[in-house]
Design a protein around this ligand. Structure first.
Ligand SMILES: *Cc1c(COP(=O)(O)O)cnc(C)c1O
Length: 451
């Protein structure tokens, strides 16, 4: 049996899979924050190119990947599927663990799967400037590369604490030609309002989104771009699952369990959605698990409500499991996946029972990351290490029961820029924490009223 199951470039899927028309119940509407009515494509036109807006609501099951995007994808795709022989052996499990490794991209994560088509469609519609936000910098760097390929100017609002503590992602963005400033900044009304209240504010993803949306909404020449959460982002990420499906066929194995971490839901949706198609259409019983941090337990603890995507309440209202748009995870949390909400599509699939969710703690997550690094070699990013935790737990269950399950894991990126978190863990400085119940309770008092 091969360790690495690869596809040739000719075998790379040429279409993204859109699950919307196959859903057993339609996705709840996205609402306009002013009127409370469903948004129309025109409402979104100041922010996104029409091609992406059409994808957001598309009734087509398959959408052709543009030739130019395919050409760029092929610089590192198809991404390898790797059998974790050494991890299996260390665990003494009869389970077979396969991981789909997205860290082979130039930006080191799956996010380029969407940053490249997003830059492409913007360029097609004559847009030469984009504004976006980034947390730890993975999305900002992925979009910087996408914009570089298509000669688009990019401004990135980066959460201030990361900007100060993690200079390397900023330097990557600058290397690929983008401008990156700390958020909250004094360059937008949203940023100035936050700073007036709290001059030392270290920022949050919700604030940075408000700044980037305002930048794009107030300039005719600028669009906005989001690296997760929205349907078109998950659509682009289905290349991961479509490839993995072909690779599992080559390995003559079908996954019993598919596991991915969820921040906004894009890498998880990317690997899981083609297998969910098999559940809906072919009655497959695959267990599909979304893993989140106990510090930001959106699916496992949040109510299913309409909420804003950002702190300032400028985005459309999305029906999702949410901890409240003003929620910021406790500062001891080092593992990413900090967004207060979740992809409405992932939430809907969860609501329908097609996927399950688990929350895992920080120390167990880093313990799993270290075990993975010391057996498989790849140093995983903290985000997919949450999924590694559950993968190891599932494999250990198989050891008890003797079941020979096939487990498929989305390894969304490498952790080469997250070594400070590894150091904190190895030197015993990383703490665990209980579910931040008081923070969530407070944030949920700010949920918008929707009839
Ligand atoms: C951004 C990121 C995530 C979380 O985002 P999703 O949209 O939930 O995938 C996970 N892993 C890596 C490596 C990331 O860069």
């Amino acid at each position: 049996m091969d360790t690495k199951i690869t596809l040739s470039e000719k075998e790379m899927p040429t279409k993204w899979y859109n699950i919307l028309p196959d859903l057993p119940e339609p996705l709840p509407a996205v609402l306009h924050p002013g009127t409370g009515n469903p948004v129309s494509p025109d409402d979104l036109a100041p922010l996104f190119p029409m091609a992406l807006i059409m994808q957001e609501f598309s009734p087509e099951s398959y959408i052709e990947i543009p030739e130019e995007v395919q050409q760029i994808y092929k610089m590192w795709r198809p991404a390898p599927l790797i059998r974790a022989y050494r991890l299996e052996k260390a665990l003494g499990t009869p389970a077979h663990i396969y991981y789909k490794y997205e860290g082979v991209s130039p930006a080191g994560s799956h996010k380029v799967n969407t940053s490249i088509p997003q830059a492409y469609y913007n360029k097609q519609e004559g847009i030469n400037r984009i504004a976006t936000e980034t947390g730890a910098g993975q999305w900002g760097s992925a979009l910087a590369l996408g914009c570089q390929y298509f000669d688009i100017e990019l401004k990135v609002y980066m959460v201030k604490i990361s900007y100060e503590q993690k200079p390397y992602r900023r330097i990557m963005m600058e290397t690929w030609g983008a401008e990156c400033i700390p958020s909250p900044s004094n360059q937008t009304n949203a940023g100035r309002a936050v700073l007036e209240n709290d001059p030392d504010c270290t920022g949050s993803l919700g604030i940075a989104i408000s700044e980037a949306v305002e930048d794009a909404a107030t300039r005719d020449d600028t669009h906005y771009s989001l690296g997760s959460v929205l349907n078109h982002v998950l659509l682009h990420q289905t290349i991961i699952g479509e490839e993995a499906m072909l690779q599992m066929e080559k390995a003559d194995a079908y996954p019993d369990v598919v596991i991915g971490c969820v921040g906004g839901g894009s890498n998880f949706g990317g690997i899981a959605i083609p297998f969910i198609r098999d559940k809906i259409k072919n009655g497959k019983k695959t267990k599909i698990i979304a893993v989140e941090p106990a510090a930001c337990p959106t699916l496992t603890k949040g109510p299913y409500e309409y909420d804003f995507g950002d702190v300032a309440g400028m985005t459309p209202l999305l029906k999702m499991y949410t901890l409240g748009h003003t929620f910021v995870p406790p500062p001891v949390h080092a593992g990413g996946l900090r967004y207060h909400g979740m992809s409405p599509l992932v939430c809907h699939l969860y609501k329908l029972g097609l996927v399950e969710a688990r929350a895992v703690h920080q120390l167990g997550t880093f313990e799993a990351a270290l075990q993975f690094a010391r057996t498989e070699g790849i140093i995983p990013a903290p985000e997919p290490s949450h999924a590694i935790r559950v993968t190891i737990d599932e494999a250990l269950k198989c050891k008890e029961t003797g079941e020979k399950k096939n487990i498929l894991l989305a390894l969304s990126g490498h952790g080469h820029f997250d070594l400070a978190s590894y150091e904190a863990y190895m030197s015993g400085k990383l703490q665990d924490y209980a579910y931040p119940e008081d923070l969530v309770k407070e944030a949920l008092t700010h949920l918008p009223k929707v009839d």
